[in-house]
Design a protein around this ligand. Sequence first.
Ligand code: C2E
Ligand code: MG
Ligand code: MG
Length: 319
Amino acid sequence: MTAAPPTLVLKRDVREAAAADLPYVIERDQLAVLYQPLVHLPSWSVMEFEALLRWRHPEFGLISPNYFIPAAEESGWIIPLGEWVLRQACEQLRIWQEKFSHLPPLTMNVNLSVRQLADPHLVAKIARVLAETGVPPETLALELTEGSMAPEINAAREVLERVRALGVGLKLDDFGTGYSSLSYLGAMPFDALKIDRSFVDRLLSDPASEAIVEAVIQLAHKLRMKVVAEGIEDEAQLRRLVDLGCDTGQGFLFSRPVPAEIAGQMLVEGTAAQDLRALGSILKACSNSRREPGAEWRPQLLSAASASPALLGESSPIT
Ligand code: C2E
Ligand code: MG
Ligand code: MG
């Protein structure tokens, strides 16, 4: 019998460890939140972050949520985990809002599992976290993955409407990966959608993907929804998305998810903000004259984000 390659053994072990150790992650203080900036394309500024959960496992190092969110959803541990992330992200947001009170109000996006919608106390919990952290509701947005909602769509709509009534924003995540009908878009109370990374990946090589992205941006705007493009990794993709009228960009081109201290540096005037303005004028010049970008282009746009992978909390092979 041939032995499994070491990486496969490792990944299987991680999943098993994840399932067995999940009940203890909060009390053992093993969870961490990283923050990835979203760049508002008309103003070239960082006005939002997405909170992304990590597990600092003593044996396996930093574990990606893809390994333990499914187990947490299955076992129900997603309910306390989700509440922990929400509180953590709102506390961090409040710190930044106070520190950078001269900037337009910063928004935090937190992922919400569809399983959390079944929690009868969800809306009260969100309201309590907002009240206790002092975060204005309109500066919090919750992201729900498109595909996950289909089976429970009617129940989901009722809860989401109550969440919206608190003043909190709602984004439809990973748009294009599920099998939802378009009527769903108009019927659900989302104010923004995030075009899945797979479309951005193929944007320049596959004309069908480009046509879909263009149509989705137009449709979303007609429905008064904002559009975020996820997974922007190079300048050519960004340029195309700007030309197609995309409102906001997110991806490794700007920054990987980083710890709060590094993310905070992106808000300091004179560092990241200047870089972004420079990019804005380069791109503007490009789309006006249709020429290739100048040599001054720097791939890692946000200087704070060019720190070492270990510092960024992304050193683990388990991603
Ligand atoms: P998501 O909500 O769609 O988050 C975006 C994912 O894409 C993140 O992966 C991020 O690191 C990755 N990403 C961002 N830009 C790029 C890029 O340019 N290239 C590539 N290759 N990847 C990029 P991450 O942090 O591993 O999270 C994976 C998923 O786990 C998230 O996808 C979300 O569905 C889920 N997740 C993360 N945190 C939480 C949480 O607190 N609660 C729940 N329920 N789910 C979470
Ligand atoms: Mg998300
Ligand atoms: Mg997504």
